[in-house]
Design a protein around this ligand. Structure first.
Ligand code: SAH
Length: 589
């Protein structure tokens, strides 16, 4: 069954408006959680839905965003609501992900949009999981039992517009013949005839358009790049056209492993919209499956490109490895809406996820095919090396930190591990670091803008640096009148350090200096406290707290909700805190 778009990861959003659809949402989610190529999340309306992966407040904006980011939408509500919501977007060409409306109680499954992207296949699969019938309305699909315009992975339709006319002709009663190998049509209910004016043609050959032909190209050709020119994509196109092979029959581009870091290759593969794979030797080109490969037209080799053709469509994953990806991401403080979209995408594409157990759990839910490697918080260097070992095998690896990965977290450990390593495979993989909202920034935003002017960030932990260094830095930063943000302020094994730090600060700051304590910011137990330096005691602080000590100009004033009588929903106890962007001029001499 095909649930994903041509082997790529299919993002799926189950959108719920109320608790009435909880059971239906759960069944559909469980179904997709077992599918390798899909990434499924339940979106629940805030205050109406108790259990969801992501909570939203605006149905319209949320559904339109999902649509425009090519996410399949399974809306657990009336079809009319979905239609009205998406109507303004439907005139634009561009993405058309599958969109389905499903009755809250799971009694009706209605595919609405995304016919050529597999919406009917999704509708059938979901209907089966819910034990009902899908409301398929696509004539071709009903008549022939398959969508001719949506061939399975490994095959590409040459021209969709022509395909639509072709299907219309068949619906009009035209008989059809099949020329080539189309195993998925064996079960279809087509008006077959041995000789017919209309034919479905499956071939790797480039062909002229013929309105009586539905042309489908099997992706069974490999281009091996042996000499890298300035434009490998052009070389491949020339080689294909010299061999009379349709570009859509190209399954992947392959190069030798020592060229892994060459960006010309990845650009070329992107241009041709096929995966790029690497092999250590020419012999390794043989696919790891029963699919014999033969060289095609030696003369194509003069461009530095050799073509190979297989009997069956080629699964690019069966050839060599991809360039491994190691992505170090920050989850932000906790709440999913404060995670940057690039980090979410990296998580969706990850095969392996490494991190401290608490953070890995925070980054979930995960699919059954994703491997979690949870470790103790202190084993950072081991974890970093493990991540490189996995990524060097061509895997998509994500290392998670809370907040920002570069702030007292895994990005430095990962870079240190790479710096120490002489393994060329580690240096060849694609390492990226995606930022996150660090605890100091998240806490500051909740309080107002206490870091609105110059500030200094420190970890008070003396696990990895001498305490003398900390005292010295504190002394200077406090003397320089920076606002201060403290990470790792205290722990069971470091009980006295915060008290000593506060003594040093008190030598430079007055007792009425504003202090903000952010505990578990962005998480369910979030607590924000505003007090003064004179009031602050180490007992107010634990290792889940971020401490901000204001500068001499940091100030506070009452929040609006203090003026609202009896507003018990007002969530904020404290004042607004901010540090102005200016600084007082020294008195004129
Ligand atoms: N990379 C993280 C910091 C890791 S150090 C970041 O950028 O936020 C761990 C310290 O960060 C904790 O001791 C605490 O001081 C702070 N911290 C992390 N998450 C927090 C949160 N949600 N609320 C308050 N403080 C947090």
């Amino acid at each position: 069954m095909e649930t994903a778009k041509k082997g790529a990861m299919r993002k799926i959003a189950i959108v719920a408006l109320g608790n009435g659809s909880a059971a239906t949402a759960r069944i559909i989610k469980a179904f997709y959680a077992q599918q390798e190529n899909s990434h499924v999340r339940i979106y629940g309306l805030q205050n109406r839905v108790d259990n969801a992966d992501i909570f939203y407040t605006e149905f319209g904006a949320t559904v339109r965003d999902l649509y425009q980011s090519d996410t399949a939408i399974i809306a657990l509500c009336a079809a009319g609501i979905v239609i009205r919501t998406l109507a303004p977007l439907l005139n634009d060409k561009g993405v058309e992900p599958p969109v389905l409306a499903i009755a809250e109680d799971g009694s009706a499954v209605v595919p609405l949009l995304g016919g050529v992207n597999g919406v009917n296949a999704m509708a059938r699969a979901i209907a089966e999981a819910l034990d009902v019938n899908a409301a398929i309305t696509t004539s071709g699909e009903l008549r022939f039992g398959t969508c001719l315009l949506n061939p399975p992975a490994g095959y590409a339709l040459a021209d969709i517009e022509q395909g639509k006319r072709f299907v219309a002709d068949l619906l009009n009663g035209e008989p059809v013949s099949i020329d080539g190998d189309a195993p998925w049509l064996n079960d279809a209910d087509l008006p077959l005839a041995a000789i017919a004016a209309h034919r479905i043609k499956i071939t790797t050959a480039a062909q002229l358009k013929n309105s009586n032909e539905l042309l489908i190209h099997p992706r069974s050709v490999i281009a091996l790049i042996e000499t890298i020119s300035a434009e490998p994509a052009e070389d491949i196109k020339h080689a294909l056209s010299a061999a009379n092979i349709a570009q859509q029959s190209l399954a992947c581009v392959v190069a030798l492993s020592d060229a892994m870091t060459n960006m010309l290759l990845s650009d070329a593969a992107n241009k041709l919209q096929v995966p790029l794979r690497f092999v250590s030797t020419h012999a390794a080109l043989i696919p790891r499956s029963q699919n014999s490969l033969s060289p095609l037209f030696k003369e194509a080799k003069k461009n530095g490109v050799s073509l190979f053709i297989a009997e069956q469509p080629i699964d690019p994953n069966s050839i060599g490895i991809q360039r491994g990806n190691l992505t170090v991401i920050g989850l932000g403080p906790g709440a999913a809406e404060f995670m940057v979209p690039a980090a979410k995408q990296a998580l969706a594409a990850a095969q392996d996820i490494l991190g401290y157990e608490t953070y890995v759990n925070m980054a979930g839910p995960f699919r059954a095919d994703q491997v979690l490697h949870c470790t103790d918080n202190r084993e950072e260097m081991l974890r970093a090396r493990h991540a490189f070992e996995l990524a060097a095998q061509g895997r998509n690896v994500v290392v998670v930190s809370s907040g920002d990965p570069g702030v007292f977290a895994m990005a430095s450990a990962v870079l240190e591990a790479l710096h120490e390593s002489t393994d060329p495979h580690w240096h060849a993989l694609n390492l990226q670091i995606f930022p996150g909202v660090s605890a100091a920034l998240a806490t500051a935003a909740r309080a107002g803008a206490p870091l609105g002017h110059d500030f200094c960030v420190m970890s008070l932990s003396d696990n990895l640096k001498p305490w003398d260094v900390i005292e010295n830095r504190l002394d200077h930063a406090a003397a320089a009148d920076f606002a201060l943000a403290f990470y790792n302020p205290i722990s069971k094994t470091r009980p006295w350090q915060l008290g000593r730090a506060l003594e040093i600060i008190a030598q430079h700051r007055s007792g009425d200096t504003v202090v903000v304590l952010g505990r578990d910011i962005g998480r369910p137990a979030e607590k924000l406290t505003t007090l003064t330096l004179a009031q602050l005691r180490p007992e107010h602080v634990d290792m889940r707290t971020l401490v901000i000590i204001g500068s001499s100009t940091t100030r506070t004033f009452a929040r609006g909700d203090k003026f609202l009588a009896d507003d018990s929903s007002a969530s904020n106890n404290g004042d607004w805190v901010y540090t102005p962007r200016w600084y007082p001029l020294p008195p004129a001499k």
